[in-house]
Design a protein around this ligand. Structure first.
Ligand code: CTP
Length: 410
């Protein structure tokens, strides 16, 4: 596979303690051959296997081994190094390093950098085959994968310890090819993607509100997938309890009107807007200044007024982004979604069935993408996986729109 995607790329190579550390020296050369700029960070244990001087000579840059190196902190501090990196590759990644990474420990320079950087993180495990097969290692790997960490290898074969099995570090050429392949997946590089997610809360009085059951997970997964694909991502989030995905610019809002203002401000420079939020259609006409008290035994009537339609207002912008709406329906999913696609003038609508344990509060979901030109079913999968598939469709649509606009000008 061609490694051209790495030309000029700033790659931070982390090397951890293990006999395979010697192969990392060759890896520095190969990354350099592919055009990458490489800076190397060794853990203390890695420096027992290969000296910093070796990596300094091969990378042409100073090598860091310690969080507390004062002269290095004065020259290129660890936060600056974390920002400098466009990719972090840890090869070899020992079982101990993977465990520390999985649990967010930051006791040394390399783990600190991994936590402090928004760059895509890739690990190439290398260890004894029993350590690799150990349930603890596999659980740590699963956790890292679920957070979007790329795992390269390991290969199987004879090991330095004399055993045979899975746990060998991939060869340097294969590692370079694997890293280059992730670059080719970065289909949204240079694009700005705006995403709205979660519910809106419409206050009734200081203690009560009208809300809905959206968890925000689908929208957050789309934001993570768009960032993974290289987009500049703005995520406008209603009230949810979710961590911000790496590399995503998050704006928190509460009501539909706040969401409207934040989305309209960002939409002007967006290439695509994915409206995954469950926006409250109505809000109380007035918000009571004090807690509303019961009036005798009677009921009460709450007067509601309609909220602005955010999607419709973005659709009316002169240079509107590609528009992807969501239709969460409890019945006649496709027919309702198609009607919304047309009514709101969208490019695509992602329809899903909600209620009865599906949709809002579950980890898995399924979607049907409907456009004027056809229907693409995305069968049940984790929200993360579905998000990746949706982002791939968005990237393809943007390319198509560029081509059409180019043809229009010609
Ligand atoms: N939406 C929006 N602004 C609103 C209401 C909805 O931008 N005030 C967006 C949602 O984010 C979603 C899409 O419109 O992408 C469809 O939302 P939905 O509430 O299902 O559509 P409605 O037009 O409100 O249709 P209905 O309530 O009749 O089902």
């Amino acid at each position: 596979m061609s490694a051209t995607g790495l030309a000029g790329r700033r790659v931070l190579l982390g090397v951890t303690g293990g006999i395979a550390a010697y192969k990392a020296a060759e890896l520095v050369r190969r990354l350099g051959d592919a055009g990458a700029q490489v800076r190397v960070v060794l853990t203390e244990n890695a420096a027992r296997f290969v000296t910093p001087l070796t990596f300094q000579a091969l990378s042409g840059n100073p090598v860091r081994t310690c969080l507390w190196d004062e002269s290095a902190e004065a020259a290129m501090g660890h936060i600056e190094l974390a920002r400098w990196a466009e990719d972090i590759l840890v090869a070899p990644a020992s079982a101990d390093f993977l465990a520390r990474l999985a649990h967010g420990l930051a006791g040394d320079l390399l783990t600190t950098l991994c936590l402090a950087s928004a760059a895509p993180l890739h690990v190439a495990p290398a260890m004894n085959q029993q350590m690799w097969a150990n349930a603890a290692t596999q659980a740590n790997l699963a956790l890292l994968r679920s957070r979007g960490v790329g795992v390269f290898g390991p290969a199987a074969g004879s090991q330095a310890c004399g055993e045979v099995g899975a746990g060998r570090l991939l060869e340097p050429d294969d590692l370079v090819a694997a890293l280059a392949a992730t670059r080719q997946l970065r289909r949204l590089a240079g694009r700005h993607v705006l995403i709205s997610a979660g519910p809106t809360y419409e206050d009734i009085d200081p203690v009560r509100f009208l809300g809905n059951r959206s968890s925000g997970r689908m929208g957050f997964a789309i934001a993570a997938a768009a960032a993974e694909a290289g987009a500049d991502v703005t995520l406008v989030a209603g009230p949810v309890h979710l961590a911000t995905p790496a590399g995503v610019n998050r704006i928190d809002v509460r009501s539909a009107r706040e969401m409207h203002a934040a989305v309209m401000a960002a939409a002007k420079r967006a290439d695509a807007y994915v409206a995954a939020a469950a926006v409250g259609d109505f809000r109380p006409l007035e918000i009571a200044a004090q807690k509303i008290k019961k009036q005798g035994d009677g009921g009460m009537t709450l007067q509601l007024t309609q909220n602005p339609d955010i999607l419709a207002d973005v659709a009316a912008l002169p240079r509107r982004p590609l528009l992807i709406g969501f239709a969460a329906e409890t019945e006649h999913v496709e027919a309702h979604a198609r009607a919304k696609l047309e009514r709101k003038g969208l490019d695509l609508i992602a329809a899903n069935q909600v209620g009865g344990g599906l949709g809002f509060e579950s980890e898995d979901n399924s979607l049907t993408l409907i456009g004027a030109d056809g229907v693409t079913p995305l069968p049940t999968a984790s929200k993360r996986e579905l998000a990746r598939q949706l982002v791939a469709v968005v990237a393809e649509r943007l390319l198509r729109r560029d081509a059409e606009r180019g043809a229009g000008r010609a």
